[in-house]
Design a protein around this ligand. Structure first.
Ligand code: ZN
Length: 270
């Protein structure tokens, strides 16, 4: 499932494929839960528009149009937004944009269709975006510490709450807690004044490194230009159950928290 680094890598490669180009034609599949805005409306409103800017907040992409409208995009579980021709053009392509310059278009492909597309009117806010906490790339120690107070839930579960930090998912929560030497099962409220800044710093560090590596292609992630990420080769604990910890050699353990797998080193993480 794409998390902040995969969405940021998508934004960086996608921006030059979108910004400044005029949409000549829009193709969609039939109405479904993928389309928060009816596909017929998308086809009508997007045609003739120019994307002026592509931004990211948490796991959401927001494309500003020259009409003042904004296109909200979320990759869901298996979404990939790529240059036309970079992936198979099949029934899983739900949105395709062609431009008036004749160069390759852009396709949004999603096998499981948990991705989302929504067109926001000028000045309209998305409820989904308004609910988000600060972007995890700038995770702040004071903010995280305050968010843990009075919370009886495990720190891993708190990190996955998009209202606390936007953009962290299962892979990078496990990786950050390893770097911070804190067990995912620890009760958030019990974390010390020394531990919460270490976790915030680890979140920033692991997300930055994953962006540099091009994201993680553990399951499906494909970059807009068709390449794969490289962070999966650097991960410390995620999906490494039974393998030795790179720091101390102890076998990595897996436990289930809130129906999500969590991975940690029982020696290094307390
Ligand atoms: Zn260890």
């Amino acid at each position: 499932m794409p998390e902040l680094p995969e969405v940021e890598v998508t934004r960086r490669q996608l921006a030059p494929m979108l910004v400044g180009r005029k949409v000549a034609r829009v193709f969609t599949t039939r109405p479904s839960y993928f389309f928060l805005t009816p596909p017929a409306t998308l086809r009508r409103r997007l045609t003739g528009r120019v994307v002026e800017r592509l931004e990211r907040l948490g796991k959401y992409l927001l494309a500003d149009l020259d009409s003042g409208e904004r296109l909200l995009l979320h990759l869901g579980m298996t979404g990939e937004i790529v240059r036309e021709g970079a992936v198979d053009h099949d029934r899983h392509v739900h949105l395709r944009l062609e431009f008036d310059d004749g160069r390759p278009g852009v396709v949004f492909r999603d096998e499981r269709k948990f991705g989302k597309v929504q067109l926001l009117a000028a000045g309209e806010d998305s409820k989904r975006v308004l609910r988000l906490g600060p972007d995890a790339l700038s995770a702040d120690a004071e903010h995280l510490h305050a968010a843990t107070r009075g919370r009886r839930i495990p720190i891993k579960t708190l990190l996955l709450d998009q209202a606390v930090l936007a953009g962290v998912g299962n892979i990078y929560a496990d990786e950050a807690l390893f770097l911070a030497r804190v067990r995912p099962t620890r009760r958030a409220a019990g974390l010390t004044r020394a531990e919460t800044p270490a976790i915030a710093a680890a979140v920033r560090q692991v997300l930055r490194r994953a962006i540099e590596a091009g994201g993680s292609s553990i399951s499906d992630f494909v970059q807009p230009e068709g390449g794969e990420g490289g962070y999966q080769h650097e991960r410390h604990v995620y999906a490494r159950e039974g393998e030795p910890c790179g720091r101390c050699g102890t076998a990595i353990r897996r436990t289930v928290l809130g129906q999500r797998s969590s991975h940690y080193c029982p020696s290094c993480q307390r």
